[in-house]
Design a protein around this ligand. Sequence first.
Ligand code: KIV
Ligand code: ZN
Length: 512
Amino acid sequence: MFFSEPKVSLPAYVAIFDTTLRDGEQMPGCALRPEEKTEIAHQLDMLGVDVIEAGFPIASEGERQAIKSITKEGLNSEICGLARSNKADIDAVISCNVDRVHTFIATSALHMEKKLKMTPEEVIEHAVSGVEYVKDHGLKSEFSAEDATRSDIEFLKKVFASAVEAGADVVDIPDTVGVAIPRTMFHIVREVKSAVNVPVAVHCHDDFGLAVANSLASVEAGAEQVHVCVNGIGERAGNASLEEVALALQVHYGIQTGIRTEEIYKTSQLVMRLMRVPIAPNKAIVGANAFAHESGIHSHGVLVSPKTYEPIAPEMVGARRKFVAGKHAGKHGVKAILESMGIYPTENQLDEIIYRVKELGDKGIKVSDADLEGVARALIGEIPSEEKSLELIDVTVVSGNKVQPFAVVRLKVNSDVKTYTNFGVGPIDASVRAVKMVAKDLVNFDLTGFELRSIGKGTEALGEVTVDIEDDERNVVSSRAVREDIVLAGIEAVIDAVNRLILTRKGKTGAK
Ligand code: KIV
Ligand code: ZN
């Protein structure tokens, strides 16, 4: 706990009721095959959720098959199915051999009048007969009052009390359209708890981004169970996120849950992959940036003591810390990334790598690990300035559909400055031809290989050029250069190869 909480009587244990396979799958565009549902159920069991709501069996034959195959697996988590408070729905759930039947009926005036076209008395009758039917079959009963947070509180208490009298083992308060604020949830849970003597659950939707806060406020008021979905998926804006609620309960409130937190990241990735719902990079706990550090200040802090900028240790949720190279990057972070790639630059090389990375970042280019590796490997292999026979000063290229492409290249040739112009089929060809013109005055060679590769995707990706040159003594030298400008990469690679060839001929090693 980070600071002392006001006095509230918190439950010692909060049960995690996972509805990823039911409310989560109701997210527009989500549909799982039975074997995919079973794979997720296995992982939820591994994660340690108390209840898996496996689906809404009346919906389809495929849904029933999926739930039946989950109940056959003999998981430790209880398996539950959803039913409206009517016999046909409940029979469909019972036929799937579940442990728990979750029945629901709406209790707000709006839903009763417009959707159900039932009087409040009829709603109570349906709620009661549904629970009784479940209990007659010897199963555990959980009852939800749909749209509870927009229901008259006295009526809501009456419905729940009647359901408990009929045998409900758990009653659930859904904030169906996510309109509650934490104080409202706290108040409703308190009121409902005064009317029933069974565990109270909450089911919060995220329409106002308050689902997690509302779930926690409910626990503060004594709720013993929370309905959640992995990655916060679910109808419309989703449900309370399992990982956020579970971690907050453990870290902020010191409340025990059955969750093995180190399984969180793996579960999140599996659900993302099978549900095909991407996770926002800045999503708490499981987003790609949740444990990523770019700025120099943060990277340095984390390397010295992770707690400085990591309120949650990545290992706690089975994730990994990541340093990212970019315009805010600092020495420590970039050094750590390079070392993880097995690259150990000198101080000067590291400064130059950071300079180039920031240059890319300032141009709005996202520097991937592959980009950084390319920049570093190319730079580390560079030969010292005093040993270079040729050095590029500047280059200008002209290209278009109405001109023959040409390049003007200014080079330092030993101590002289020379300018060469040449034409080509394109700007790279023209500039490489210009470099070749001058290089031939120093050494006779052929360009035997020229390969251009993009590192990363998109038009802003870095270009990597690899060249091979061979002289008349059959010395073969390769070189490569990485730049966001492929013309520059091409020229630099050829110049570097020529310098190496000259060193090789002088008896020094020019191999890269
Ligand atoms: O949001 C809701 O009200 C539900 C119920 C079926 C519990 O998902
Ligand atoms: Zn819901």
